[in-house]
Design a protein around this ligand. Structure first.
Ligand code: PAF
Length: 280
């Protein structure tokens, strides 16, 4: 695996791949790689000739009181895992390579729909930070396809919308959620869960599954289901951020006759914010 810290040299190598007719797949990450990320690398490998991963902990998508400085940096381990999973290129830029003019004056990419609800409501500015850095990374790598994990369901929906609105020639591919044995969705933030809370941290997933089953059984009182699921999470000792039954495409609250429904939730443990979703 070749590692690049600068845009110019990465571009030169990827230009040569493109000229040789290779299809380039891209997996943007913030590092601290787990099996979920590696599944995305493998998906990119299956669909493309060349795989580029990036590791960049993007300060622009973290709120002032969020965990940017505590976000785990595990570069050597990450490299080892990427090599074992046959990643071809790693882009690992410093902040000044991505934001040479600083962040305050940085041109932003704003997707106005779907970004002020759910995670966007509790993390103002988060999606603007994501779409800005993803646009920059797309411009740097110029991939044919990019793979994102479905755990961040809203993120993929917003990125798809950005790609459509800005006519970006990139196929957006969704990778399935990878889970621990008890159902907890894999996430770099799982490292922050206190050991005494970990046995119950799969409650969000349990409540999502319970809700999915109720809907499959024909229950259509979505407000009642959301309230009951929130009570289950609170009873397990956690604080609910949101728990909402949504229309899969628009992420608006689902109507009774919506054909495609996704249930999204976020909860706080003492020291981590966890998100998850299931679709029907
Ligand atoms: O999903 C993530 O890890 C980040 O939001 C991403 C897409 C790498 C942008 O920083």
């Amino acid at each position: 695996m070749q590692i690049f810290r600068h845009i110019q040299s990465l571009r030169e190598s990827l230009d040569a791949e493109r000229q040789a007719g290779k299809r380039i797949g891209f997996v943007p990450t913030m590092g601290n790689l787990h099996s979920g990320h590696l599944a995305l690398v493998n998906k990119a490998k299956a669909e493309c000739d060349v795989v580029v991963a990036s590791i960049f902990v993007n300060r622009l998508q973290f709120g002032l009181n969020e965990d940017w400085d505590q976000y785990p940096r595990t570069f050597n381990d990450d490299c080892q895992k990427l090599i074992e999973n046959h990643c071809d290129y790693l882009f690992f830029p410093e902040e000044k390579e991505i934001y040479p003019n600083g962040m305050d004056g940085q041109t932003r990419v704003v997707v106005p729909s779907m970004t002020d609800m759910l995670c966007g409501a509790s993390r103002p500015g988060h999606f603007e930070g994501v779409t800005t850095v993803v646009s920059k990374l797309f411009n740097i790598v110029q991939p044919h396809a990019a793979v994102f994990g479905l755990k961040d369901y809203q993120q993929i929906a917003v990125i798809r919308r950005m790609v459509q609105d800005l006519c970006m020639p990139v196929d957006i591919i969704a990778g399935d959620i990878v889970r621990e044995a008890d159902g907890l969705a894999m996430s770099s933030r799982n490292n922050f869960i206190d050991s005494n809370e970990r046995p119950k941290a799969n409650q969000l997933h349990e409540s999502l599954l319970w809700t999915k089953q109720q809907i499959a059984n024909g229950q259509r009182d979505y407000l009642m289901l959301e309230a009951e699921a929130k009570s289950q999470i609170i009873a397990a000792g956690f604080r609910v951020d949101y728990f909402q039954i949504c229309s899969s495409d628009t992420l608006m609250p689902a109507a009774e006759d919506d054909g495609r429904v996704t249930i999204l939730g976020a909860m706080y443990t003492q020291s981590a914010r966890l998100i998850d979703n299931v679709s029907l």
